[in-house]
Design a protein. Structure first.
Length: 316
């Protein structure tokens, strides 16, 4: 449920910050005045698309920034001038699929993602793991494969979740042929990497036999990536962990992410749970463009992910 206080915070603090912070090249940096990057640009544009007409000048300039930033192989780099694509390709594809003019650029990006196999779970590495002394220390299924922060490295929870969310946004007829296999392996990886008792951290659920500590933001994006199967054990356990952890959240970014996730899953925001405005008033600090965008998205979460959710249901 949206409170008047939260709406006022978003409309008087977050959205004005996003509009003021757009750079001349159409992008956003992580902080106002910093160099434009694909990641904060995607989040800022997601937020603006929910609060403005689709083709305002600021929105048009932001889309143009993304088109220009795309590399020849279809990917997007994390840093301007870098010639190697990265995980932000998933964010760019997810966003560009929301407008008809972006379909070609997005499908090129999705093809690049489908060709990016993590090296840590290759057949050779899995064979070596069988004879490793640490095979019982890291009890994970290495046959599952997702995506890493950089190409051909290791699978991590958040980049894997972002690619799955981009797949869900894409009409089935436009998905690369390899997408079905990659989706199956990646969803299995996320479920396999859940921490004991629910929730996710950035990587392995156990380290040297000790249970990993879940974190709010990886948990949120893993849950959103698995939205099409809400009754699965991993979903219900992780939602329960997230709801139980709300009183302990002190960061505005984690709180905004948790709120948008629970809203998408149809969970009521508990009475007495922290609010954006309360944390902002206490700290007097808005961490950056990404967090401002997440606060905006959290109050429009159902509208934001509706298209992806419908497509995921049809896919089942």
């Amino acid at each position: 449920m949206k409170s008047e206080t939260e709406l006022h915070f978003v409309e008087s603090v977050c959205l004005p910050l996003l509009r003021r912070a757009q750079n001349q090249d159409g992008g956003w940096g992580f902080l106002p005045g910093s160099e434009s990057r694909v990641e904060p640009t995607c989040w800022a544009l997601q937020a603006l698309l929910l609060s403005t007409e689709p083709r305002t000048p600021e929105v048009s300039r932001a889309f143009q920034f993304l088109y220009v930033a795309q590399l020849q192989d279809g990917s997007w780099p994390s840093v301007a001038g870098d010639k190697t694509g990265s995980w932000v390709t998933a964010l760019a594809c997810w966003l560009l699929l929301k407008e008809s003019k972006g379909t070609h650029a997005a499908t090129r990006g999705l093809s690049w993602l489908c060709e990016d196999w993590p090296r840590d779970s290759s057949p050779w590495r899995r064979l070596l793991a069988i004879f490793s002394r640490q095979r019982d220390v890291f009890p994970i299924n290495n046959s599952y494969r997702g995506w890493g922060w950089t190409p051909r490295t290791s699978s991590w929870v958040e980049p894997t979740a972002f690619v799955l969310m981009a797949f869900a946004e894409c009409p089935p007829e436009l998905l690369p042929a390899a997408a079905a296999k990659r989706r199956h392996l990646a969803e299995a990886l996320l479920r396999d990497r859940m921490c004991p008792g629910g929730g996710w951290n950035c990587g392995n659920p156990r380290v040297y036999g000790v249970a990993g500590e879940p974190l709010a933001i990886p948990t949120v994006f893993a849950l959103l990536a698995l939205l099409h199967q809400p009754d699965k054990r991993e979903n219900t356990a992780s939602l329960s962990w997230l709801e139980g952890n709300l009183p302990h959240i002190q960061g505005l970014g984690s709180l905004a992410a948790a709120r948008l996730c629970l809203q998408v899953y149809g969970r009521e925001w508990p009475d007495g749970a922290p609010e954006f405005s309360g944390i902002y008033e206490k700290t007097g600090f808005l961490p950056g463009i990404q967090v401002a965008a997440w606060c905006c998205l959290a109050l429009h979460a159902n509208k934001w992910l509706l298209r992806s959710a419908i497509r995921s249901e049809v896919r089942q």
